[in-house]
Design a protein around this ligand. Structure first.
Ligand SMILES: [Zn+2]
Ligand SMILES: [Zn+2]
Length: 165
């Protein structure tokens, strides 16, 4: 038995048994803005963020390049990739004597899909680096990944520059 994908804009028909996995990975799956109640497919969400949350977003993020980001006072900074996916640089200050940094993707993806990323924070003579994998989700619900870059307050008393690759 075949059914059509219920996501608006998608004309795919899939076997009933594949319905759940297609719906998650479908590029028309609904994703949720981390800053307001907007929801839409990947492309409209990244356009929404670029138009409405300019201050919180770093645009034209492309893969395989290294980006210098000044960590803000917010809970996260938004990175918009060249293919319209959103990534969040999560800034968790609810850890003792430091800050925990990690990255997640806000876009449709099969449950087991992961990407790899690198973070580095440099303040002579200290250099902290993390290379790990991150996961995708359609909606960030405030849960921080268990793997993160721990940046001690003592090592970095000033604004942090983070390199995201
Ligand atoms: Zn679909
Ligand atoms: Zn929004």
């Amino acid at each position: 038995m075949e059914i059509s994908c219920p996501n608006a804009g998608c004309y795919a028909t899939v076997a009933y048994s594949d319905k759940a996995s297609h719906q998650k990975s479908c590029i028309y799956a609904q994703c949720f803005c981390p800053l307001c109640s907007f929801q839409g497919c990947m492309t409209s969400l990244s356009q929404h963020v670029a138009d409405n949350h300019r201050k919180s977003a770093v645009k034209l993020f492309s893969y395989e390049f290294c980006y210098d980001i000044v960590v803000t006072d917010q809970k996260f900074d938004i990175l918009i990739s060249s293919d319209n996916r959103l990534f969040l640089l999560l800034i968790n200050r609810d850890v003792a004597e430091g800050t925990a940094l990690s990255v997640i993707g806000i876009c449709p993806a099969a449950e087991d899909f992961q990407f790899t990323y690198e973070l580095s924070v440099y303040n002579f003579p200290t250099n902290l680096e993390l290379r790990t994998s991150g996961s995708m989700t359609c909606e960030w619900k405030g849960v921080h990944p268990k793997t993160y870059l721990f940046v001690p307050d003592d090592a970095f008393p000033y604004k942090k520059h983070v390199f995201v690759n």
